[in-house]
Design a protein around this ligand. Structure first.
Ligand code: NAD
Length: 451
């Protein structure tokens, strides 16, 4: 039966909101809706996360335990693995992972499973929004047909002629722009792009998000919203590759790329600084562009910038390991048999996130070349088994001066703020710095190798 709910319904106070996937994206979003006074249920297939959340505990470093506790106590937030409770919510937001599979192709199994879990519980007038990053067409081509399997309809349509189409439920896409650990831009300050399967769905999603973010940016379709997210991340990926390539050239030309970037960044228009590093990391930038490359093949189209950027960024950990070998060589040591300490396994500073971290590849390459490796990371006291790597036997070593001095080489892979770089440079024999973390250090410059 077609819904008589108007999109404006989702502007209402005390909505019941379901968030599927309580990870880096879903959990802050759930807390934001709770903060705005709505009743939020977090759905997650991981029972450990569910029980932690219901006990008011956090499992993500930068997400406040006090906030979770506060909203659990006030009954604005609870978590469950029981998907039949989806029947009780007004809006459902999907925040599940979208990784690449072994062949580096989109793995949409989490999104598919979630759509299948929603379908038997779908209620007339419900709003479903996909937030997981994906290729243009996913909401229309994958999610919509699964949700419609039970006979309920959300017709695809754009423009004035689609204005008054009858529909049973609303469906939209809105990309997440969360930058974990960014203290300047939190979820509430970041404008949210929204595109609906039809105009009413778009307006329903706008109404919902307008309560929790400062600005909602409507676009004409779910595909435009999906593509917006990919454009943003491809832009970052390509520019990081460009600066990584220029860094390697600058090293060869004996120039300081960081000085050049800082100078270029004074241009008040037409330039935006990107910084080189040991390679791409995180769940988004190394992964998302390949969602578009994959989709482009359906149109006989080669996304050459994406491929080239991927090639350059993927080669960066190899560049770092070559630089470590060269630094040791300058001290008449071979990489094989040398004791190397890697600082920082997280993919970027001050986060407890290892996903796609270039440190993991650097560690693998160092192992393969016979280095005797330890690591330190305040966010990872010990390592766990991952999809492609198993460092579960390793534990973060303490950073006392005597211990630092016992390594042949110390590598700064992640520039965590808590590191005392002066003390590190004082104690270490050689420091290979992939992040320019030692830029302000005056003493011991002769020990520092930039790469
Ligand atoms: N992390 C970021 O900074 C970021 C930023 C922008 C966009 N994104 C995108 O957001 C999406 C989610 O990423 P994330 O970083 O939050 O992932 P995450 O791994 O931190 O969280 C995903 C959560 O979903 C749960 N889950 C998996 N399958 C499920 C299912 N079938 N039903 C219910 N729960 C399920 C997992 O247990 C986990 O708690 C991805 O598409 C990602 O590309 C992430």
């Amino acid at each position: 039966m077609a819904t008589d709910r108007k999109p404006e319904f989702f502007k209402g106070a005390q909505l019941r909101v379901g968030i599927i996937g309580c990870g880096y994206v879903g959990l802050p979003l759930a807390l934001r809706f709770a903060e705005a006074g709505h009743r939020v249920t977090g759905f997650d297939t991981d029972p450990e996360k569910v029980s932690k959340l219901n006990a008011g505990k956090t499992y993500i470093e930068h997400i406040s335990q006090a906030k979770i506790q506060q909203f659990v106590n006030s009954k604005h937030f609870s978590a469950t693995s029981d998907f039949s409770k989806l029947r009780q919510v007004d809006a459902v937001i999907i925040c599940v992972p979208t990784p690449l599979d072994e062949r580096r192709e989109p793995d949409l199994s989490y999104v598919e499973d979630t759509a299948r879990a929603i379908q038997p519980n779908l209620q007339t007038g419900q709003l479903v929004i996909l937030e997981s990053t994906t290729y243009p067409g996913t909401t229309e081509e994958l999610v919509l047909p699964i949700l419609e399997r039970g006979g309920m309809r959300c017709p695809i349509g754009r423009g004035p002629e689609a204005e008054n189409m009858p529909m049973d439920f609303f469906l939209a896409f809105s990309p997440e722009r969360e930058d974990p650990g960014n203290k300047q831009f939190g979820l509430a300050q970041i404008p949210k792009v929204v595109g609906g399967i039809n105009p009413a769905s778009g307006r329903a999603a706008q109404a919902l998000y307008s309560q929790v973010v400062a600005r909602v940016v409507p676009v004409s379709s779910t595909r435009a919203a999906e593509m917006t997210k990919l454009l943003e991340n491809i832009f970052r990926c390509v520019n990081i590759a460009l600066v990584n390539e220029l860094k390697q050239l600058s090293l060869r030309m004996d120039m300081d790329i960081w000085e050049v970037i800082d100078a270029a960044a004074t241009k008040p228009f037409g330039y935006m600084p990107f910084y080189p590093g040991p390679g791409l990391g995180g769940h988004c930038i190394p992964v998302d562009p390949f969602y578009l490359s994959w989709k482009a093949r359906e149109y006989d189209f080669a996304t050459r910038f994406i491929e080239l950027a991927g090639e350059i960024n993927t080669a960066m950990p190899y560049h770092v390991v070559d630089a470590i070998a060269a630094a040791l060589n300058s001290r008449e040591k071979s990489l094989k048999g040398s004791r190397v300490l890697l600082l920082g396994v997280a993919y970027k500073k001050d986060v407890d996130d290892l996903r796609e971290s270039p440190s993991l590849k650097i560690m693998q390459l160092l192992h393969e070349r016979g280095a005797l490796l330890d690591y330190n990371d305040p966010y990872f006291p010990k390592m766990h088994k991952m999809r492609h790597y198993d460092y579960s036997h390793m534990q973060s070593v303490p950073l006392e001066p005597a211990r630092l001095a016992s390594y042949d080489c110390v590598v700064i892979a992640t520039d965590h703020t808590s590191y005392d770089y002066e003390a590190i440079a004082d104690a270490a024999k050689i420091v290979v710095d992939t992040r320019n973390a030692t830029r302000r250090i005056v003493r011991n410059r002769e020990k520092i190798v930039h790469c």
